[in-house]
Design a protein around this ligand. Structure first.
Ligand code: FAD
Length: 486
C-alpha cells in the first residue's frame, strides 16, 4: 500500500530551517510544498512594500526548495476554496502548517481544519513564529497581560525556548496530478512587484529578502552590531540595530533561531556584544511577542482603540498635514528624514518611528489609524501585531501605552539622537550643507547661514507646517476635553 502524500502550506514562515510544519510533513512522507497568495476579502491586503518583499522572498524559498529536490507550488485565490480541492484531488493524507495570529487567519485555519478533518485528513499545526504562544503567557489571575515588564518576566519564567530544527537535507516531492497543474502560477505572474512606475529601486538596493539574507543579517549583527546595542540602538545615524524585522515578518528566520544563535555567540565569544547587550536585544524580541499577545487577545488592535475612552477623541481632519507628513515635507528635518527613509528603503529606525508617529498624532492631531495605514503600505516589515500595537502605544490609546501627554519634541529628539545631523543629511539632501547647529531647526538659522548652505526656506525646504508649541498645547487641550467628557 502506498502512503498518501503530505502537504505543507507555507504562509508567514518562508524558510526551511526551524520550520516544524515542513519537518512534520516530510516525516510523514513525500510532500507537496504550497504557497497561496490569499485574495479573500476577509484578509487585510498587503501593502506595496510588503508585496515587493513577499515576491522576492518566495523566489528565494522556491530556489531553496528546488535545490533540495522539491518544488514550490504557487497559487492565487481563496485558500478556503483552493486547499480542500487540492487535498481531495491530490489524495493528500496530512496537511501541516505553522500558526498565524490575526483573527481572520485564525478563523480561516479553524474552518479549514474542521473541514479537512471531517473528510479524514490529518491536520497538524505548529508554532514557528513566536517563543511562546500568545495564550501560554498569563497573568497571576490566569488572564491576558497588559503591561510589558510583567509579561516579559512571565514569558522568561517559562524557560529556554526549545532548540531550532535543522533544515531538511532533501525534499521528497509528491506527484501533483496534471489536472491541478493548471491552478499553479509563476511568482512573476502574481504581479507583486511594481512595474509602472517601478519605485522599488531603493528597496532592491537595501535588502536581500529570503532565508539566506536573514541568516547573513544576523551574522553581521553579531559581528558588528550587538556590541553596544543597548545605547547604539537609539541612534538612527549609526547601524546600531539588526534590521531583522522584515525577515521576521515573513518568517525567513524565527525567534527561536535568533535566541539560540545569540546565546551560542555569547558562549563561544563569537560576538563582542556583552550579556547586557544581548539581554536588551532579546527583550526587543519580547516586545514583538507582547504585540502578538495583545493582537491575539484584541483582534481589532489595528482598527479600534485598545483604550475605548479614546473613541471620543477630537482628531483633526488635516489632509494637507497628512500629505506633508507622508512625503517628508513637514519642515522638521528628523521627521522628514524618517518619512523619506521609509519611502526610499521601506524601513525606518525605531527611534524615528516613534518621533514621526508622535508628530502625526500629537502635533498634527491626526488619528493614529491614518499613520498605521501609511506604515502598513510602505514598510517592508509591516506587521499586523507590531504596527498596530506600536501606533496605539505612541497614541496613548494602547495597552501599556506611553502616556498621551508625553509628546516627542522633534528638535530635541533630533539633537539628542542624531547630534551631527548625519541621518538628516543622508535622507534630506537639501540640508546637506547646513551647519550641525541648525540642522534640526533650519528656520532658526540666520539668512547668511542659509544662503551659504544654498537653502531658501519655503522654496528648497519647507518652513515648519505647524508651530511646535501650538501643536503641543492643542493636543493637551484635546486630551483634557476627553478627560472631562469620560
Ligand atoms: P532590533 O532593534 O534589531 O530588534 C530586533 C527585533 O525585535 C526586531 O526585528 C523586531 O522584530 C523586534 N522589535 C524591536 N523593537 C520592537 C518594538 N518596539 N516593538 C515590537 N517589536 C520590536 N516593527 C515591526 O516589525 N513591524 C511594524 O510594522 C512596526 N511598526 C512600528 C510602528 C511604530 C509607530 C513604531 C514606533 C514601531 C514599529 N515597529 C514595528 C517596532 C520597531 O520600530 C521595529 O521592530 C524595529 O525598528 C525593527 O528594526 P530592527 O529589526 O533593526 O530592530
Amino acid at each position: 500500500m502506498t502512503q498518501s502524500p503530505a502537504l505543507v502550506w507555507f504562509r508567514e514562515d518562508l524558510r526551511l530551517s526551524d520550520n516544524p510544519a515542513l519537518t512534520g510533513a516530510l516525516d510523514h512522507g513525500p510532500s507537496l510544498c504550497l504557497y497561496i497568495f490569499d485574495t479573500s476579502p476577509e484578509r487585510r491586503a498587503l501593502g506595496g512594500a510588503a508585496r515587493w518583499w513577499l515576491s522576492r522572498s518566495l523566489m528565494a524559498l522556491s530556489t531553496a526548495i528546488a535545490a533540495r529536490g522539491g518544488e514550490l507550488l504557487v497559487m492565487r485565490g481563496d485558500p478556503a476554496e483552493i486547499l480542500p480541492r487540492l487535498v481531495r484531488d491530490a489524495g493528500i493524507g496530512l496537511v501541516a502548517w505553522n500558526r498565524r495570529y490575526e483573527a481572520s487567519a485564525i478563523a480561516l485555519d479553524k474552518a479549514l481544519k474542521a473541514e479537512l478533518v471531517a473528510s479524514g485528513v490529518v491536520v497538524e499545526s505548529f508554532n514557528a513564529a513566536l517563543l511562546n504562544e500568545p495564550w501560554q503567557v498569563k497573568s497571576k489571575a490566569g488572564g491576558p497581560m497588559q503591561v510589558f515588564t510583567p509579561y516579559w518576566r512571565a514569558a522568561r519564567e517559562r524557560g529556554t525556548p526549545r532548540p531550532p530544527l535543522p533544515a531538511p537535507e532533501g525534499i521528497r516531492q509528491a506527484k501533483l496530478p496534471a489536472t491541478l497543474r493548471s491552478m499553479t502560477l509563476s511568482i512573476e505572474e502574481l504581479g507583486l512587484e511594481p512595474r509602472k512606475p517601478d519605485w522599488a529601486g531603493g528597496l532592491r538596493a537595501s535588502w536581500m529578502p529570503g532565508e539566506d539574507g536573514a541568516q547573513a543579517r544576523l551574522a553581521d549583527f553579531l559581528d558588528d552590531g550587538l556590541a553596544g546595542y543597548r545605547t547604539e540602538r537609539d541612534r538612527p545615524d549609526r547601524p546600531g540595530t539588526s534590521r531583522l524585522s522584515p525577515h521576521l515578518r515573513f518568517g525567513e528566520i524565527g525567534p527561536r533561531q535568533i535566541w539560540h544563535t545569540v546565546q551560542m555567540a555569547l558562549e563561544t565569544g563569537e560576538t563582542r556584544g556583552s550579556p547586557a547587550d544581548a539581554e536588551k536585544f532579546l527583550s526587543e524580541l519580547g516586545w514583538r511577542e507582547f504585540s502578538y499577545h495583545l493582537l491575539f487577545h484584541n483582534p481589532e488592535l489595528a482598527t479600534r482603540n485598545f483604550n475605548r475612552r479614546f473613541d471620543g477623541f477630537g482628531w483633526e481632519q488635516d489632509a494637507a498635514g497628512l500629505a506633508a507628513w507622508q512625503r517628508g515635507l513637514t519642515g522638521y528635518p528628523i521627521v522628514d528624514a524618517g518619512m523619506r527613509e521609509l519611502w526610499e528603503t521601506g524601513w525606518m529606525h525605531n527611534r524615528v518611528r516613534m518621533v514621526t508617529a508622535s508628530f502625526l498624532i500629537k502635533h498634527l492631531l491626526t488619528d493614529w489609524r491614518a499613520g498605521e495605514a501609511w506604515f502598513w503600505d510602505t514598510l517592508v516589515d509591516a506587521d499586523p501585531a507590531n504596527n498596530a500595537a506600536s501606533w496605539q502605544w505612541v497614541a496613548g490609546s494602547g495597552a501599556d501605552a506611553a502616556p498621551y501627554f508625553r509628546i516627542f519634541n522633534p528638535v530635541t529628539q533630533g539633537e539628542k539622537f542624531d547630534p551631527d545631523g548625519a541621518y538628516v543629511r543622508r535622507f534630506v539632501p537639501e540640508l546637506t550643507k547646513l551647519d550641525a547647529k541648525f540642522i534640526h531647526k533650519p528656520w532658526t538659522a540666520p539668512q547668511t547661514v542659509l544662503r551659504e548652505a544654498g537653502i531658501s526656506l519655503g522654496e528648497d525646504y519647507p518652513r515648519p507646517i505647524v508651530d511646535l508649541d501650538f501643536g503641543r498645547r492643542r493636543a493637551l487641550a484635546a486630551l483634557a476635553e476627553l478627560r472631562a467628557e469620560t
